[in-house]
Design a protein. Sequence first.
Length: 339
Amino acid sequence: MTASTTPAPGLDALPKVRKDLVPLILIPAIALFALPFISFSTWLTLTFAGLAMGMILFILSSGLTLVFGLMDVLNFGHGVFISLGAFMATTLIGSMADWSNSERLMLNLAAVFPAMLAAMAVASVVGLVFERVIIRPVYGQPLKQIMITMGGMIVGQELIKVLWGPQAIPLLLPGGMRGSILLGEAAIEKYRLVAVLIGLAVFAAMMWVMTRTKLGLLIRAGVHDREMVESMGYRIRRLFIGVFVAGSALAGLGGVMWGLYQQSVVAEMGGAVNVLLFIVIIIGGMGSVGGCFLGSMLVGLVANYVGFLAPKVALFSNILLMVIVLLWRPQGLYSVGKQ
C-alpha cells in the first residue's frame, strides 16, 4: 500500500506547533552581554565569526537531531559521514585547481558547489548502507545502538585511511574566499559570509519542509503516533529511512564546510566534532530543527566570546552552557513539538 495523494483526515489530529519566542532572546542577550568587555570592532568580528561557526555546526548537527528525534536512534557513527564529505572535497576541489585557485568568486563556487553535491551524494549512499547493515538490527536498543554505531565509526575511519591515507590533507580556501571584508575597523572573513548564507539557506529549506509540506506533516505525525499513520497506508519505515539518508547527506555537506573552516582534513575529524554536535542538539532539544539552529548559534557565539576573553575557560565553556540551559529547560530549548 502506498501513500495517498491527498492529506488524510487523521493527520489533522497532529498537535499544533506552539510558538515559543523566549529562547530567541538568548542570542541577542549573549551578544549584548559581551559588548561592554570588547571594543566594538572586535565584538563585531567575533559575533560574525560565531554566527558563521554556528551555521556550520547547524548543518553538521541538523541531520543528527532529526535521526534521534524522529527515529529514536543514537547514531554515534555520524562523524563518518562528516569525514567522508571532507575527503571528497579534497579530491574534487583539488582536481579543479585552476578554478579553486582563481581570485574570481564565481569560479570558486563552480569548484566548491560540485564538491558539496558529490559529498552529499556519497554520504547519502553510505548512510543508506549504514542504516541497513548496522543500525536496523538494533532499533529500540539504545545501549547496543551506541556501541555498534561507535564501532561503525571506527571501521569507517580506517576505511577512509585506506582510501586517502592516514596523514592530514590540506583543504585550502579557494582564492576568492580568502581574506576579509572591512566594515569600518571590523574584519569579516569572506568564507564566513559564505558559510552564513549557506547555513541560512539550509535552515530555511528544512523549516519549509517540516512545517509547510505534506512530507513534513507525515514525519511529525509519525513521531506522535506511528501506528495511526501506518494504519492509513503510509509507509513510515521508508519515510524514516529517507530521513536518515537526508541526515547523512547534510553531514557530508557540513563536512565540506568544516574542512574548509579548519583548512585541514583527517579521518578522525568527524569523530572529534561529534561531542560538540551532541552538545548542540541537547541544548536545542532532541529532534527540534529550530532548537538545533538556536543551539548552534549559542555554541558558536559563546565559543568565540569566551575564547577571546578567557582562553583557559574556552575548553569547557560549551559544557557549562549546556548545563545552564538544561537547568532552565531540562528538555532543551525546544521539544520535538515546538519547531
